[in-house]
Design a binder for this molecule. Structure first.
Ligand SMILES: [Zn+2]
Length: 247
């Protein structure tokens, strides 16, 4: 996630919809049109230590993004060389991963509590996507659903990349990705759908995830090539994205 403290967070549902140029009907359409996430009733795959170095995994996240979006290479290298990543934060204070805009030198700061488990690979890919979107935006505002789409694309590209790079690990990691995405989506989808009928509902950052998850899947599976780099640079809005997907 990125911190809404650093942005002008919407206060209520109607503000959040307006900020994204969304309507309740379009939200429902995005959720209903997403490719099937997999079966959430599957048994829980194992999530054992993977014997990888987090610095190497962070660098692989960059390679994975470049493999899917070559025009991002210069900014990816800029993130890899200059952003700050804390792999051992004080987990009592910061139990969950997050990325801030400024490490004190005008570049992102990512807090990624690495425990060495397979799921941490996806955590790093997610936060790498945020770090890149922050750098690529060059100060342009990006609404939270779009920020989360970038993070989810980075996760999916990491999985695709590892299919070629690390066959031994990928089989279980893919199972884990499907399992955890299906669980999280079921939970967050319910939260968003319950809020859509209440324009005055207090904003909840969790609303951003199900739309971002579904749109990232739809974008990756879309037939026509889409300009992902434009999205990371904050130059594509959600309404043009959804009309490209659903027209
Ligand atoms: Zn995120």
């Amino acid at each position: 996630m990125t911190s809404d403290m650093e942005h002008c967070a919407p206060a209520i549902l109607s503000d959040w919809l307006k900020y994204h140029d969304l309507t309740p009907d379009l939200c429902t359409q995005i959720l209903e049109n997403a490719p099937a996430p997999g079966n959430p009733t599957l048994p829980r795959p194992h999530n054992k230590p993977v014997n990888l170095n987090p610095v190497d995994v962070w660098n692989t996240c960059g390679e994975a993004v470049i493999a899917s979006m070559p025009e991002s290479a210069a900014k990816v290298h800029h993130v890899l060389e200059n952003a700050t990543v804390e792999f051992s934060p004080d987990t009592a204070r910061y139990p969950r991963a997050f990325t801030l805009h400024d490490n004190g030198r005008g570049l992102p700061y990512a807090s990624c509590p690495w425990t060495g488990r397979g799921s941490d690979i996806l955590m790093l890919a997610h936060e790498f996507g945020h770090a890149l979107q922050i750098v690529a935006c060059e100060g342009r505002d990006m609404p939270p659903v779009t920020r989360e789409i970038c993070a989810h694309l980075s996760e999916d590209w990491m999985l695709q990349h590892m299919q070629k790079q690390n066959r031994a690990l990928i089989e279980n990691l893919e199972k884990w990705a499907v399992y955890s995405a299906a669980k999280t989506l079921a939970r967050d989808r319910k939260t968003l759908l319950a809020a859509l009928d209440h324009p005055q509902a207090t904003y909840n950052y969790q609303w951003n995830y199900p739309l971002a998850r579904c749109l990232a899947w739809s974008l990756i599976k879309h037939q026509d090539p889409l300009d992902f780099w434009k999205l990371f640079r904050g130059k594509t809005n959600l309404s043009s994205l959804t009309s490209a997907l659903y027209s």
